[in-house]
Design a protein around this ligand. Sequence first.
Ligand code: HPA
Length: 252
Amino acid sequence: MRPLAIIGGTGIDDLEGLEVIRDHRIQTPYGEPSRPIQEGRLGEYTLFFLQRHGSPNAIPPHRINYRANLWALKSMEVGGVVAINAVGGITDAMRPGRIVIPHQIIDYTWGREHTFDEGQEHTLLHIDFTEPYEQALRTELLAAANSATITHEASGVYGATQGPRLETSAEVQRMARDGCDVVGMTGMPEAALARELGLPYACVCMVVNPAAGLGDLPLTLTMMQEVLVREAAVVRQLLQQLLQNRPASSHA
Ligand code: HPA
């Protein structure tokens, strides 16, 4: 089994505990990834890590080169990608501090490079995206959350917005009517590009704030960051358990 890659989001600038063995600087036909890909060891496990915002948080969600990031990971022949995303909570259960393993996506982003299909290969990339996350990897994440006794939501609809501004309260109400449980800015086109490349991809969300109009206080980055610090530690625990549960061949 090939090692997994982790794509870190806001609040996961480095994978704490990752003993970095080397940095892979990769050029892709789409340009450079957000940062060199770190190859390292987490305990006895090999892992690749890429922070999608560069370091630290230099690249806003709409300027991330998602194609280069996914292409680079594919070229490293990773066995799958676990994406970590900070989100706002929309439905009742999605309170700050909660970990969510979403099962669906609604894409509200626009103007991003969202496909590898440039119309030149004469093979249309009409990928099946009915289930946007890879079921086997989701199941592994859920099993890890259960065995590490991490309180989590086992499903949820991720609404991907363009950013970098936060939403209006009317936009959040519309998203709630559409069926979104959480809102974030980086879930797409990342998930679809992974599918185009045939990379197993699943996502772990950290709810860091009530979405716009749903809390008592104005949304601030400081508020989100406080929750993020606590949740990042839980996500690390979840990843550790995920690796521990994997077959021994990924422990090389
Ligand atoms: N909206 C969009 N993206 C986010 C939010 C939010 O409320 N919180 C963290 N990322």
